[in-house]
Each structure stands twice: as structure tokens, then as C-alpha cells.
Design a protein around this ligand. Structure first.
Ligand code: 3HC
Ligand code: NAI
Length: 718
């Protein structure tokens, strides 16, 4: 039983029982998501005990109050455990046995989500029913742990070893219909859940006992081939889809125990593996990522009472790469989109690209033709501003040119509704300057989408000097509506993500000038956990784009600064990256990067001409040189106030730049390495490599105080 420091009266409020026609309905009442916080398991145990002993009760229904069933263990409590604090691991063993051994049928009635410990609790009930839009799952791997309340033992007994592996490795929830087919649910209820649950419970009670205990159900434990083969297939799946993660492999081991040991031994094995995972760096990093993602919505100055405009109609100017992607993101979220271009051919090309993207999704089986037709119908292509006055948000996505953008903003400000949010998708230009040409600069905001905009989760919300909180709030609401993670950042060149990326990108280029190869650098970075190496990223985004942005931001205007030498040469050679089939690498039809001797020759020739000494690099040095510059710039951004929290920077890097979530993001990772070590190394780089490595004052201060960026965030949120 988890250790509770709450009083019995409090437990009673967390879990409420009401009686209806001989059925005890136990309601968990721990908003917002009915997590199994201290007091909840005790409350449920008490309620079950009382109902079992009450002769007037013939059956028990357990439900979640509010918006969901039970979203699992309390992750705050798990976080304390991961950091070696708090009262210890929650142990639901006695509770789950008590539910299973109850003489009266216990029906778990699910709406919203039964996740993690929520599903584990539900599986201890004799029956599970759910409404059609409910979901059930074991998402623990996303937090770097495995199910720790016998999920790896009961789930295979309901759904089979293979399905349990699939669910515990992917962490993805099943919809009610899928869960029914998998044997996890006994029935899907149409209409009101409580009414359905009461009817189900009465019917079961009338049928008499005994009621099935999941832990005694062994039939499903059979596997198609041998257990070892099923586990090996699981490990393969894990290595393919959850590269570098330890927890999915541990979950497979625990499920293996279900297949080879008694329940009593299996759950003890699960517990050992759970304890190992919860004490890991990966668990700490992933829990950090979980709360960091939720933390970005908490913006100083925006309270729950800040009014948010309802969103129904978005207008977009420019149907190029970004405008088209943004239009799809909006249409996918049920918004009506007005998509304006300047020329018919560009409009046709933009709509054709959208069509092609949707068709590809249909081919992959992600969407049906009907769904695509519905979404396409929401996008209205046009060459004028007709209807723009009815849009709640207008997003400008024309060429990256200040004069052109100002011209568009002047036109827009004259015709949109006074409350309309005017947004620019610029990646480099000054939002304040753009805002200054409008009638209402307080309504202007940067919405920096990432490409492909219909896929990438990150949205940098750039808050200019004049932006009203209502405007920022509307931008956050739009991000949520588009299922994106909106992170509010300040208006500095490159905003947060790109500003940090440039020192990182250039350092990788200096490394190849000094003797490393692009594939060696990319290999070290991907082995570290980056989704892609920097040279692959440069080829994907376009070498022309990087060169243009570098010029627009005026980087290297200081003559004494070391300037990377190769990128411009590639640009001059027309090696623009994937789009021309050649960049840092060469690309065949499979779009896989292949090292190109021509590029290696170029690098060596240019380096020799520039008199750059050549040497070998270890993976460790490559990672330090590449990522410590990123962290140093992050510290500067934080100190200058362009990000509210170090955790916000982590969210940006995990969601927009392929930084491994299991590393927590660059600022969290810095804490895991130790800021003292990083600061010392940066000082060494400064001595060896020059002033671009000047340590950020905040980094220095925290290192001297023995603190991390996590400590910094905690102090600043207090
Ligand atoms: N514990 C503590 N807090 C939780 C929580 C949990 N399990 N799940 C959600 N919350 C909090 C969030 O931090 C957020 O708090 P905030 O308002 O202060 O920011 C609030 O609940 C609402 O969460 P969301 O913004 O995520 O709400 P959504 O409606 O978008 O999503 C959800 C709801 C699908 C339930 C989503 O919150 C979610 O996926 N939660 C995590 C589920 C999970 O991972 N469960 C497994 C936990 S580990 C476990 O059970 C171990 C067991 O095996 C022993
Ligand atoms: P693009 O060149 O693909 O598209 C721009 C489109 O704007 C063209 O189709 C053009 O015809 C249209 N246009 C120009 N003037 C117009 C006007 N007056 N009215 C209507 N349409 C007009 O450019 P892309 O890549 O989509 O970039 C757009 C904006 O998004 C730029 O500000 C860019 O910096 C930014 N951005 C681009 C990213 C990328 O990876 N491509 C990533 C993030 C931001």
C-alpha cells in the first residue's frame, strides 16, 4: 500500500461511495486526472472493504469522477522516487489482491483514459467495461519505467504475451474497440457509462459467482511459437522503435516472467525491474520532459482568467512549404482555412502539394479518402483577401523578406477584425519591426512553425515588445488546438531554437575542418541520442537556407570571428542538400545519406589552404564540442530572459530539434553531466579555440554554486 500522509477524512473525499439499487458505486475524485496519489489507493481499499462487508451491496462499480478514469500513479510521487526523495515506491499489491478476492463482482467502468496504474487497477477488477472513446494503455516506458503494479503480469493474462509486449514497448494506448478485441475489456457501452455499468453489474450479480480473478487466468499466456521467440521479437521491436531506451527491454523481461513463473514470483520480478528503472537517469530525464511539456503553458502574466478568443477560422498568406503545412495542421484540427497566394500558379502548386501530402497519408493507411476530402474542403484557396475580416488569426508565411512582410502586414491591418491576432511565421526577422507597421502592434505575435508544419509538434510563440497577454494567450490556445507544444519565447535573432542551433552547427563544421568527417560527427551525435546528425539536418533543411539565414542574422560580421569555410563552397557548387541530391552527403532515390569523396576532398583542400591543423577526434570530444556550445548559448538566452525557464528550452530541443527525450533536453542533460564539468570544459575550449567559447555568466555562477538549471528553474518559479 502506498504510504499516505493524508487523514481518513481526506481519503474519504478522494474516494466517494454512493449506493444505487444494491450496487456500490465507488467514485475516484482526485482532479484533474484521478492519479493514484497518496490517499487514493487507501480510499479505494476502504471503500471496497466496506462494500464487501455490506449485505445490501450485491455488486461494486468503480469509476473515475470528472473527465477520466485513472491516469496512473502520481508522476510527482514517481519523480520524488527517481530523485531518491519521498516515501518510496507506491505498492498496490495488497489493494489489487483485495479487489480480486472480493466476494462481490467488481466492475471497472472506464471513460477518458485508464493508463498505467489506472489500467493495472482496472485489470484487478473482475470485469471491465468502457465507453467507445475511452482509451487504455501502459505508457510507463514514456517515463523510463515499466508497469509497477503488476501490469506486466495481468495484461498478458488478459491479452496474451505478444499484445502485452506490443503495448508495454510502444506505450501507445488502445481505443476501447481494440481493447475489447484484445480481451482487455469485456464490453463497450453505448450511451451513459454509469447507467450501462449499473445494468452490467446487476446482470453479473444475478448470474452469481465465482468471479474470474485475472491473476488466475492462464489460458492467454500461451504464445504462438515459443515464449523465447515472442520475447526476442519484442526485443527487436524495442531496438527498432525505442532505440537507446532501457525500460521497454525491462518490460519485456517482466512479461517474460509472467510467461515462465507463477504470478507470485512474476510480480516480485516485475517489482525488482521497476525499482531498477525508476532509479535510472533515463527515468529522471523522461519525467522531466513530461512535466516540462506541461509547464510551458504556464506563462507569467497569463492567468486562467485571461480571455481567449474562440477559434474557428484561420487565414494564411502564402501557400508555399510553410503556408501549405500550416493550412493542413489547421484543417486537421477542424478549423476553416483561407489560403491566399499572390499568383495563380503558386496557389495551384500549393494546393497540389497539400493534395499530394494527404494522398501519401491515405496510401500509408493513416487517413481515409473521406477524411481527406473533408479536410481539403476546409481549405479555401484564393488570390485575394476575401473573408479575412472574419478570421480570428491570420498567419503570414510569404518569402523571408522584411519589406515584403511589412507590405503584407500593412494590407492586413487595414482589413482584419480589431481583435484578430496577426502572426508571422518568420524564422529570422524582428517581430517588433513588423508589428510597428500595423495599427495594433499589441495583436502581433510570431508563430514559428517547424517544417513539415503539419507534423512537427513544436511551435515557438514569439512575444514581441508590444504583444498583449491576450495575444500570447490566443497563440497558446491555437497551439493546443493544433495539438502542438507552444513555447513562448522572446524576440531575439533566431529566437531560441535557431539561436542555439547556430553555434552548434558551426562547431560541427569546424570539427570537419580540423580532421573529422561529416559521417563521423553525425555518427557521434546520433549515438549520443540526436535523431539526426547536424550535417544530415543541414542537407534536409537546405544549405541555401542556412547560408541565407546566416547572412540575414549578420552572423560573423565581426572580422575576428572564425568563419566556417565549407558551407558557402557547397552552396556555390549547387550542392544545396537533399533537394539537389547532393549536399554534405550524396543522396540516391532512398534519400539515405552517402559519404561523398568529392566533399571530403573539398574539406581537406580548403582546410590545407587555410592552414588548419588536422587531427583525430573521439566521439566524446565531438559531443562536447557540438553540444556544450548549445548549452552555453541556452544559458545566455535564459539569463537574458528570452526563455522563461531552462525546461522551456528543453521542450524546444526535444520537440523541434530531435534532442533525445531520454536525455531530457540540453539544459537537463547539462545538469546530469554536472555544470562544473561543463563550465571547466568550456573554459578550456575558450583558451584553445577562442572567444566564441566565452562561458555564459549564468553557467559560471550556477557551476560555482554547485547548482543545475533545474535548481535555477525551481528557484525562479518559487
Ligand atoms: N500524475 C500526476 N499528474 C498528472 C498525471 C499523473 N499520472 N497525469 C497528468 N497529470 C497532470 C499534468 O501534469 C497536468 O498538470 P497541470 O495542469 O498542473 O499542468 C494535468 O494533470 C493535466 O494533464 P494534461 O495537460 O496532460 O491533460 P490532457 O487532458 O491533455 O491529458 C492524460 C490527460 C492523457 C491523462 C495525460 O495527462 C497523460 O498522458 N498523463 C500521464 C499518464 C501516464 O503516463 N500514466 C502512467 C503513470 S506511471 C504509472 O502509472 C506507474 C504504475 O505502473 C505504477
Ligand atoms: P516558400 O518560398 O515555399 O513560400 C512562400 C510563398 O509565399 C510563395 O508561394 C509565394 O508565392 C508566396 N507569396 C509571396 N508574396 C505573397 C503575397 N503578397 N501574398 C500571398 N502569397 C505570397 O517559403 P517557405 O519556406 O514556406 O517560407 C515562408 C516563411 O516561413 C518564411 O518567412 C520562412 O522564413 C519561414 N519559415 C520557413 C521554414 C522552412 O523550413 N521552410 C521554417 C520556419 C519558418
Amino acid at each position: 500500500m502506498s504510504l499516505s500522509c493524508r487523514s481518513e477524512a481526506e481519503n474519504d473525499r478522494l474516494v466517494i461511495t454512493v449506493h444505487q439499487d444494491g450496487v456500490a458505486v465507488i467514485l475516484v475524485n482526485n482532479p484533474p486526472v484521478n492519479a493514484l496519489s497518496a490517499g487514493v489507493p487507501e480510499g479505494i481499499a476502504g471503500a471496497i472493504e466496506t462494500a464487501d462487508a455490506d449485505p445490501s451491496v450485491r455488486a461494486i462499480v468503480l469509476m473515475g469522477g470528472g473527465r477520466t478514469f485513472i491516469a496512473g500513479a502520481d508522476i510527482k510521487q514517481l519523480e520524488e522516487l527517481a530523485w531518491g526523495q519521498g516515501p518510496g515506491a507506491p505498492n498496490l499489491h495488497e489493494l489489487l489482491l483485495r479487489i480480486e478476492d472480493c466476494a462481490k463482482p467488481v466492475v471497472m467502468a472506464i471513460h477518458g483514459a485508464a493508463l498505467g496504474g489506472g489500467l493495472e487497477l482496472a485489470m484487478a477488477g473482475h470485469y471491465r467495461i468502457a465507453v467507445r472513446d475511452a482509451q487504455v494503455g501502459q505508457p510507463e516506458v514514456n517515463l523510463g519505467i515499466i508497469p509497477g503494479a503488476e501490469g506486466t503480469q495481468r495484461l498478458p493474462r488478459l491479452a496474451g504475451i505478444e499484445k502485452a509486449i506490443e503495448m508495454c514497448v510502444s506505450g501507445k494506448p488502445l481505443k476501447a474497440a481494440e481493447a475489447l478485441a484484445a480481451g482487455i475489456l469485456d464490453s463497450v457501452v453505448e450511451g451513459d457509462l454509469r447507467t450501462g455499468a449499473l445494468a452490467f453489474a446487476r446482470r453479473i450479480a444475478e448470474g452469481g459467482g465465482p468471479h474470474r480473478k485475472t491473476r488466475e487466468r492462464a489460458a492467454q499466456l500461451k504464445v504462438q511459437a515459443t515464449l523465447e521467440e515472442a520475447l526476442a521479437a519484442g526485443r527487436e521491436l524495442s531496438l527498432k522503435t525505442k532505440k537507446n531506451l532501457v525500460a521497454p527491454l525491462r518490460a519485456i523481461q517482466a512479461i517474460g516472467a509472467a510467461g515462465s513463473m507463477s504470478f507470485e514470483h512474476g510480480y516480485i520480478r516485475e517489482r525488482q525491474l521497476f525499482q531498477e528503472c525508476v532509479a535510472s537517469d533515463q527515468c529522471r530525464a523522461l519525467i522531466h520532459a513530461f512535466f516540462a511539456e506541461r509547464g510551458v503553458t504556464k506563462v507569467p502574466g497569463i492567468g486562467k482568467d485571461t480571455p481567449v478568443l474562440p477559434l474557428t477560422r484561420v487565414a494564411i498568406v502564402g501557400a508555399g512549404t510553410m503556408g501549405g503545412g500550416i493550412a493542413m495542421a489547421c484543417a486537421n484540427s477542424g478549423l476553416t482555412v483561407l489560403l491566399k497566394e499572390s499568383r495563380q500558379e503558386a496557389l495551384d502548386a500549393g494546393m497540389a502539394a497539400i493534395r499530394r501530402n494527404y494522398d501519401a497519408s491515405v496510401k500509408r493507411g493513416r487517413f481515409t479518402e473521406e477524411l481527406v476530402a473533408e479536410r481539403m474542403a476546409r481549405i479555401r484557396p484564393q488570390l485575394d483577401y476575401a473573408g479575412f475580416e472574419t478570421a480570428e488569426v491570420v498567419i503570414e508565411a510569404v518569402f523571408e523578406n522584411m519589406e515584403l512582410k511589412k507590405h503584407v502586414f500593412r494590407e492586413l491591418t487595414a482589413l482584419v477584425d480589431p481583435d484578430c491576432v496577426l502572426a508571422s511565421n518568420t524564422s529570422t526577422l524582428n517581430i517588433d519591426e513588423l508589428a510597428s507597421v500595423t495599427r495594433r502592434p499589441e495583436n502581433v505575435v510570431g508563430l514559428h512553425f517547424f517544417t513539415p508544419a503539419n507534423v512537427m509538434r513544436l511551435l515557438e510563440i514569439v512575444r514581441g515588445r508590444a504583444a498583449a497577454m491576450e495575444t500570447v494567450s490566443a497563440a497558446l490556445a491555437l497551439a493546443k488546438r493544433l495539438s502542438k507544444v507552444g513555447v513562448v519565447v522572446g524576440n531575439c535573432p533566431g529566437f531560441v531554437g535557431n539561436r542555439m542551433m547556430f553555434p552548434y552547427m558551426f562547431e560541427t563544421q569546424f570539427l570537419v575542418e580540423e580532421g573529422a568527417t561529416p559521417e563521423q560527427v553525425d555518427g557521434a551525435l546520433t549515438r549520443f541520442g540526436m535523431a539526426m546528425g547536424m550535417f544530415e539536418v543541414d542537407d534536409l533543411a537546405g544549405i541555401d537556407v542556412a547560408c541565407r539565414v546566416r547572412q540575414e542574422l549578420g552572423l560573423f560580421s565581426e572580422p575576428s570571428m572564425r568563419k566556417p569555410l565549407i558551407q558557402d563552397r557547397l552552396y556555390e557548387m549547387g550542392r544545396l542538400g537533399q533537394k539537389t541530391g547532393k549536399g554534405w552527403y550524396s543522396y540516391g532515390t532512398d534519400r539515405k545519406p552517402v559519404p561523398d569523396p568529392e566533399v571530403l576532398n573539398l574539406i581537406r583542400t580548403v582546410a590545407r589552404e587555410a592552414g588548419i591543423e588536422q587531427r583525430e577526434f573521439s566521439d566524446e570530444e565531438i559531443v562536447e564540442r557540438s553540444l556544450y556550445g548549445l548549452i552555453n548559448e541556452g544559458a545566455r538566452i535564459l539569463e537574458e530572459g528570452y526563455a522563461f525557464r531552462a525546461a522551456d528550452i528543453d521542450v524546444i530541443y526535444v520537440n523541434g530539434y530531435g534532442f533525445a527525450a531520454w536525455r531530457g533536453g540540453p539544459m537537463f542533460y547539462a545538469g546530469a553531466v554536472g555544470l562544473k564539468k561543463i563550465y571547466k570544459r568550456i573554459c578550456e575550449f575558450q583558451r584553445e579555440l577562442g572567444e566564441r567559447w566565452k562561458p555564459a555568466p549564468l553557467l559560471r555562477r550556477l557551476a560555482e554554486e554547485g547548482k543545475s538549471f533545474r535548481d535555477y528553474d525551481a528557484e525562479h518559479s518559487a
